[in-house]
Structure formats: structure tokens, C-alpha cells
Design a protein around this ligand. Structure first.
Ligand code: HEM
Length: 429
């Protein structure tokens, strides 16, 4: 199990629904399999690369203006905007103006027009998702009696439950609308491979990918679909954005690594001028993958993760009672000199040249075992797309030389103030 029993988690609607905190194994397994089938389907990943490129182009247009104005880039703010747009588009097909909003918030005369037809409630929805993530920890931490009776805490409890209802209501309406759109679309016309559409159509006559989900042959009901889509947001938004933020810090700090990434792109695609990115080529980017792995080794965004014993068990001399949660500290593990030589040193080659020497349970930024992160493949695709484009388009350097990135902890490690000087790549570099 993910965690010990908590009434608060049930109140949030997560104890027997969705994936991350679901303790009903049958329902967890169905939801998890459906999520994995959708986000690893080739049409979804191809569309996600296209969507990511569109957002990256929009970001880089802004950066070029900022460069002309002699402005610095606060990298993690842009990776937040990147993930917000990409995940929302991939999950629902809705566009949100996170990039233009960020640009327009800067002290700069030129303003970007809002994307036409963008989702009116999009920004509010994403805010609600962050509040929902906060509420998970709150619900687990405070016993019901305290949540319902203590002044201050009671108000917070109400805010979190109202927030839960607001999100559920939005998702419910979205599913009803999408079902109608799908019904209106003739069978011979393709549907957009968004997560929402794929979840609705799997195991129906509209199942274009013929995604097979083990021996499970019924389609999902609205409540199941809603719980999975919500977890694409709660699990997949800031994890990817934060990881990219940390990666940005390390590659800006290590010019040699940056240039090797660019060289790899040249070797794989034959050009660094707008290379044609296909999902099939991503497996060849071994060095860029090593850079990602090394950055999230030093600074995993999720550094603590729990498991609860389902029965009394003895482990390494410790007696663990059934329904007791045990936390693993991923960051301590992957920075332990017992397992990694000079762990404080940023050295992607440890994942490139000598991958075999990495112990199975010493490097687990995506967890391990049956509850391992189901979104890791898709997250890797998003991060690789961003990094390939970045090294082709710009040269970057840290504004303030520092040994470690600044960050704060709020349910995850979040990089802040990763200020970069950016320069459009010159043709000869
Ligand atoms: C760089 C990005 C990401 C990182 C670092 C990350 C990290 C993690 C970690 C450490 C866990 C716990 C695994 C365990 O207990 O063994 C996890 C679980 C999970 N992640 Fe991710 N994740 C990322 C991206 C995503 C994305 C894009 C999605 C959604 C599409 C996602 C959805 C989930 C879900 C649903 C779980 C719960 C799995 C379960 O309990 O069965 N994650 N993630």
C-alpha cells in the first residue's frame, strides 16, 4: 500500500479511487493500467511531442524578445509554464495561456496576445490542482476530530473539501461534454488522442489504438475517468516542471556538458537547425538521458515517498506492524557516498559510461516496484524535447555562480530563482 489508513484521504475521495493513494487493489490496478496504456500509446506520444514543440517555440519567441531587451530568464518559472501548457493540452485538449501570461507579467513593453479559444477556467483549474496536492498532506496529517473542530484548521479543512468538489465538478462536466463530442463525430473521422478521449474510448467501438488493457474488457465509467485525469495533473505537472528546473541549473553550470548535449543532437539528427524530432529517435539520445538522470539523482523533486506494510513484517532487523507507513528518502540514497563516488559532483558520465554500476535500489527518482511512477516515460519525452530544442537554440549561463540550486520544499523540492543569461546560438557554435 502507499500509506497507512487515513479517514482524511477517504474524504478527499482518494482512498478507494484513482491511483496514488488507492488501497483498493482491484480498482488501483485498473486505473493504473488504463493510465499507462494511454500515455504510452504511440499516437499520444507523437501528439505530445508536437504539442511540446509548439509551446517551446512560443517560449523561445518570448526569450528572444527578452534577450533583445537585455533581460534574464528565470528558468523555473518558464518550465512551470511549459509543463502547465503541455500537460493540460495532452490531458484534455484545452489550451491555456500560461506562456503568454508569464511573458505579460514581466516588466516589458511588448505584450503577447492571449491564445484564441483558450480554456477560460484553465488557470483557476491548475491553481485548484496545486491546492489539491497540498490538501493530500493536510488530510493525512490531521485527525478528523481536529480538522472538523479546531478553529483555523476547520476553515482550512472546508477550503480543501470545497476545492475537491470544484475540481470534481469541472472534470465531470468536461467528461460529459467530450462524450457528446465523440458521439457527434462520425466513426470514420479520427479523434484527437488526448488522455481524456483515449480513456473514454478505450474498449469501445471508437478504440482507435485498440489499446489492450490486460483482460479487462469493459470501458471506464465517468468516476474512474475523472480520477485518472485528475492524477495526470496532480502527479504529472510540477514533478516534470521541477525536474526540468533542476536540470536547467546543472547544464547552465556545466558548459562542457551543454556542448556535449548539442553534439549528440547533431550526431543523431545530422543538424542542430530545427532537427526533425520523432519519438522513435529519442532512444538514441543516451547522453541527454544521462544528463537528466544525473540531475535528478543530485536533486530529485520527490525526495520522500511512503509505503505501508499490508501485514506484520520483519525487515533488516526492524519489526514493522501492518498498516504502518515507512518513508524512503530518495535524495539521501542517491547522494550517499557508499553508493555514488563523489556524490556532490555533477557527472552525467556515471549514467553514460558506467550505467551497470548503479545499484537497483540506490537511484529511485521515479520510485520502484509495483507503485513506480507510471508517468516516467512520458515525463522523459517532455524533458528530452525541451532540452534538445534548448541546446539547439540558445547558449545559457547562470547569472549567479552557485554550487547548488536554490529551492524550497512544499510536498516536493521546487527550484527557485534559477536566473540565466541567454544568448541565441550563433551559427558557428
Ligand atoms: C519527472 C517527472 C516525474 C517524477 C520525478 C515522478 C516521480 C514519482 C515518484 C517518485 C512516484 C512514487 C513511486 C513509488 O512509490 O515507487 C510517482 C508516482 C506516481 N506518478 Fe510520477 N513522477 C513524474 C511524472 C509523472 C507524470 C508525468 C505522471 C502522470 C502522467 C505521473 C503520475 C504518477 C502517479 C499516478 C503515481 C502513483 C503510482 C501508484 O501509486 O501506483 N508522474 N511519481
Amino acid at each position: 500500500m502507499r500509506n497507512s489508513y487515513s479517514e482524511g484521504v477517504d474524504e478527499l475521495g482518494l482512498g478507494t479511487k484513482g491511483i496514488v493513494l488507492n488501497r483498493d487493489i482491484k480498482s488501483w490496478s485498473i486505473n493504473r493500467k488504463f493510465m499507462i496504456s494511454c500515455i504510452s500509446s504511440p499516437s499520444f506520444l507523437r501528439e505530445s511531442v508536437k504539442g511540446s514543440i509548439k509551446v517551446i517555440n512560443e517560449i523561445f519567441e518570448c526569450w528572444k524578445i527578452m534577450e533583445r531587451e537585455g533581460m534574464q530568464v528565470d528558468f523555473s518559472e518558464w518550465t512551470d509554464a511549459f509543463a502547465a501548457s503541455v500537460v493540460t493540452m495532452a490531458a484534455t485538449g484545452e489550451e491555456i495561456p500560461s506562456v503568454s501570461n508569464l511573458f505579460n507579467s514581466l516588466n516589458i513593453k511588448e505584450k503577447k496576445p492571449q491564445t484564441q479559444g483558450s480554456w477560460k477556467d484553465g488557470a483557476k483549474f491548475l491553481e485548484a490542482i496545486f491546492t489539491y496536492n497540498e490538501s493530500m498532506a493536510f488530510m493525512m496529517l490531521f485527525p478528523t476530530f481536529i480538522r472538523r473542530n479546531f478553529p483555523g484548521i476547520k476553515a482550512l479543512n472546508k477550503k480543501y473539501l470545497d476545492n475537491r468538489d470544484w475540481i470534481n465538478d469541472k472534470l465531470e462536466k468536461m467528461i460529459v461534454e467530450r462524450r457528446k463530442e465523440i458521439e457527434r463525430t462520425p466513426l470514420n473521422q479520427p479523434l484527437d488522442p488526448t488522455i481524456l478521449t483515449l480513456l473514454i474510448t478505450t474498449n469501445t467501438e471508437r478504440d482507435l489504438e485498440k489499446i489492450s488493457v490486460s483482460n479487462f474488457d469493459r470501458s471506464l465509467n465517468d468516476e474512474e475517468i475523472s480520477s485518472i485525469v485528475r492524477e495526470v495533473f496532480t502527479g504529472g505537472l510540477d514533478t516534470t516542471a521541477n525536474s526540468l528546473g533542476f536540470i536547467g541549473f546543472y547544464i547552465a553550470q556545466h558548459r562542457d556538458v551543454y556542448l556535449r548535449m548539442r553534439e549528440e543532437v547533431l550526431n543523431v539528427y545530422g543538424t542542430i537547425d530545427n532537427p526533425d524530432l520523432t519519438i522513435e529517435s529519442y532512444g538514441k539520445l543516451k547522453y541527454i538521458e544521462a544528463v537528466i538522470n544525473e540531475s535528478i539523482r543530485i536533486f530529485p523533486t520527490i525526495s520522500l515517498m511512503s509505503r505501508a506494510a499490508t501485514e506484520d513484517v520483519e525487515f533488516d532487523g526492524f519489526k514493522i506492524k501492518a498498516d504502518t507507513a515507512v518513508l524512503s528518502d530518495f535524495k539521501a540514497l542517491s547522494n550517499n557516498p557508499k553508493y555514488f563516488k563523489d556524490p556532490e559532483e555533477f557527472n552525467p558520465d556515471r549514467f553514460f559510461n558506467d550505467k551497470e554500476s548503479i545499484g537497483k535500489f540506490t537511484y529511485i527518482p521515479f520510485g520502484n516496484g509495483v507503485r513506480m511512477c507510471p508517468g516516467r516515460g512520458w515525463a522523459m519525452v517532455q524533458m528530452k524535447t525541451f532540452l534538445i530544442r534548448l541546446v539547439c537554440a540558445f547558449d545559457v549561463e547562470l547569472v549567479n555562480e552557485a554550487a547548488d540550486p536554490k529551492y524550497f520544499y512544499a510536498t516536493a523540492n521546487r527550484p527557485v530563482d534559477i536566473k540565466l543569461n541567454i544568448r541565441t546560438r550563433q551559427n558557428h557554435s
